[in-house]
Design a protein around this ligand. Structure first.
Ligand code: ADP
Ligand code: ZN
Length: 215
């Protein structure tokens, strides 16, 4: 099972990814998390990535591709990529890398949401300061249930940066929808429902493909 999770910022990608990797026991690569961790540790990568992320821009392809390929080499049997690829160049590099290893993608899950929903969700979003998981909107507590950390706003979740990220998504990432449609690996789910509803739709799709592959 080699999956890519595709969706706008605020589509619920991160929340759904956490559930998928737990239920399907898949290694999870989230490029946004990798960068946030590097920024917190103030590594060279972190310092470089921060310049772009704070402005709502994408980190340059050559940096991201190298990081992801290195991580992928040891988990080629199964993985969930979350937040990658985000440009046509990244998608082509991913295909090249997987083909070379004879491990093509099983599928690409697209979580579709309206622009209004994206803006509402992102500007009202909180994440755990320690472990990085998203706060469930229905959760009224002020501490993370998983690790006890404080909930904080993400630095790039202010209205200005969010608008920029939506534009970047529309310009640079939405061309991937056609790219994967042509390759007949795109599976679309409606991202407007509750996390539970969305997850049920995702699970159904993943199980269907899983059984096709193991039979
Ligand atoms: P979101 O999906 O909410 O925008 P992520 O956590 O996936 O958030 O990413 C945060 C930021 O990290 C992005 O706005 C971008 O600057 C950078 N980033 C993450 N993944 C990539 C990628 N594949 N290519 C380039 N930049 C990336
Ligand atoms: Zn936590």
């Amino acid at each position: 099972m080699r999956w890519v999770l595709l969706g706008a910022p605020g589509s619920g990608k991160g929340t759904q990814a956490e559930r998928i990797v737990k239920d399907f026991k898949l290694p999870h690569i989230a490029t946004g998390d990798i960068f946030r961790e590097a920024i917190a540790k103030e590594t060279d990568l972190g310092i470089k990535a921060k310049e772009y992320i704070d402005r709502g821009q994408l980190v340059p392809d050559d940096i991201v591709v190298g990081i992801v390929n290195e991580k992928l080499s040891s988990i080629l049997e199964g993985f969930l990529l979350d937040g990658y690829p985000r440009t046509i160049v990244q998608a082509e590099e991913l295909d090249k890398f997987l083909l070379k290893n004879k491990k093509p993608l099983t599928g690409v899950l697209l979580i579709s949401v309206s622009q209004r929903t994206i803006l509402d969700r992102l500007t009202n979003r909180f994440i755990c300061e320690k472990c990085g998981i998203n706060k469930d909107p229905s959760d009224t507590g002020d501490k993370c249930k998983k690790c006890g950390g404080n909930f904080v706003k993400r630095a790039d979740d202010n209205v200005e940066t969010v608008k920029k990220r939506i534009t970047v998504y529309l310009n640079q990432t939405t061309p991937l929808i056609e790219y994967y449609k042509k390759k007949k690996v795109l599976y679309e789910v409606n991202g407007e429902g509750t996390p539970f509803e969305i997850y049920n739709e995702i699970k159904a799709t993943l199980f269907r493909l899983k059984s096709e592959f193991t039979m």
